[in-house]
Design a binder for this molecule. Structure first.
Ligand SMILES: [Zn+2]
Length: 391
């Protein structure tokens, strides 16, 4: 059905352009014909859209490909290496980081500085972060990139305005307006949510059911962070608290948790609990101890894995996700942690089709959250290229 109303026409153009951009984001060296087949539009419509996107510098041609195919030899298309880009920034307890990604999601500039941020005045932290983001933005502009938005990842609860940190206990922050300090085009997002979005957008995982669109993403730094992606979208919950896996009870009569309850997952698998049980003082030391076969470290990891598996089996039984993805610093410990998780999942998940390989480790490594933050602005351009063209 087509409508001649201008609003509907504009909406259709925006929608179709986004289809083309996202098809190019998903594939490499794609021709006009391949895009048309993929998105279900006519070749003529796709050619018109492609011409507009080429003129706007959002995509580029990559020489002829496969002459001899039906019709004219198809010229390969790809998202541009210049033009719109996204800035990501990360505030964590022990460091600040910023990076820029281009339309393809590739990291083009990156800066990091160690900082003891726990209890440090927020204006000081934000001033230092602003310096880092300005540094990478300057570098990006020199490479012909145009940053269109900044997303800041924080270990805390973010307000509905997406500019304020309501509460970040590990930083000692309450009601801190980050957008005001860093500029109007800045949004703030919880780090666990960005880890999950990075996996959705850039993770490159497939399951037996195709591209991952339904999954639980677990990461940990100080606390256990988790986020849910349901039907290709981040699930925030009615009040924005979804994903608090760290406070799912593992043993109701277990140790007292910082939240006031007993036996939460965090008291068994949170970093603090894990380091204490292993008898080491920092994450890298834990990995070294595990690699060396240290008995206390191995036992601590096995027990943390079992607790994580118990909590996750509840989530898997409740949500029936395609996969559980372990990311962030937790992924570094996967070789020792995951066997325990797998064992509990195998014993407790009722779905007979759940396979051990449905528990996967993220390929994004420690930069998952930062890349997810940076890609947020890029994703907005892919979703609505007409906004960029209108600039
Ligand atoms: Zn708790």
């Amino acid at each position: 059905m087509t409508s001649k109303r201008p609003g509907a026409q504009a909406g259709l153009r925006r929608h179709n352009m986004s289809l083309v951009m996202r098809a190019l984001a998903a594939g490499e060296k794609v021709t006009r014909a391949a895009v048309a087949a993929e998105v279900g539009l006519t070749r003529a419509t796709v050619s018109t859209l492609v011409d507009e996107l080429l003129a706007a510098g959002l995509i580029e041609e990559r020489g002829a490909q496969r002459p001899g195919t039906v019709g004219r030899p198809g010229t390969a298309l790809a998202l541009s290496e210049t033009g719109p880009a996204g800035i990501g920034a990360e505030i964590s307890v022990d460091h600040l980081a910023a990076c820029v990604v281009d339309l393809r999601g590739a990291v083009r500039c990156r800066a990091e500085s160690p900082a003891a941020n726990r209890g440090r005045p927020a204006p000081q932290v934000l001033a230092e972060l602003a310096e880092l983001t300005e540094l990478v933005a300057k570098e990006a502009r020199a490479a012909d990139l145009r940053p269109v938005g900044t997303t800041v990842a924080v270990p805390g609860l973010v307000g509905r305005d997406r500019g304020t940190v309501l509460r970040a206990p590990n930083l000692g922050w309450e009601d801190v307006n980050v957008a005001e300090a860093l500029g109007r085009e800045t949004v703030v997002e919880n780090e666990a949510n960005l880890g999950a979005l990075a996996e959705l957008w850039l993770g490159g995982h497939e399951s037996g059911h195709g591209k991952l669109a339904d999954f639980v993403h677990v990461s940990a730094e100080i606390g256990i962070g988790a986020a849910l992606v349901v039907e290709g979208r981040l699930f925030r919950g009615a009040r924005g608290f979804a994903g608090e896996l760290g406070h799912v009870p593992v043993r109701p009569d277990g140790p007292l948790c910082s939240c006031g309850a007993h036996g939460c997952l965090e008291t068994y698998a949170g970093e603090e609990a894990l380091l204490r049980a292993a008898g080491v003082t920092a994450g890298p030391a834990l990995r070294t101890a595990a690699e060396a076969g240290d008995e206390a470290a191995l036992r601590a990891l096995e027990e943390a894995g079992a607790a994580l598996g118990i909590a996750l089996s509840g989530a898997v039984n409740l949500l029936d996700p395609q996969a559980v993805v372990v990311g962030g610093p937790l992924a570094d410990l996967a070789p020792w942690l995951l066997p325990g998780v797998r064992k509990e999942l195998a014993a407790r998940v009722t779905d007979r089709q759940w396979r051990p390989e449905d528990l996967v480790t993220s390929r994004l490594g420690r930069d998952g959250v930062l890349r997810g933050a940076a890609y947020t602005a890029v994703r907005a351009v892919l979703d609505d290229p007409t906004q960029w063209i209108a600039r």
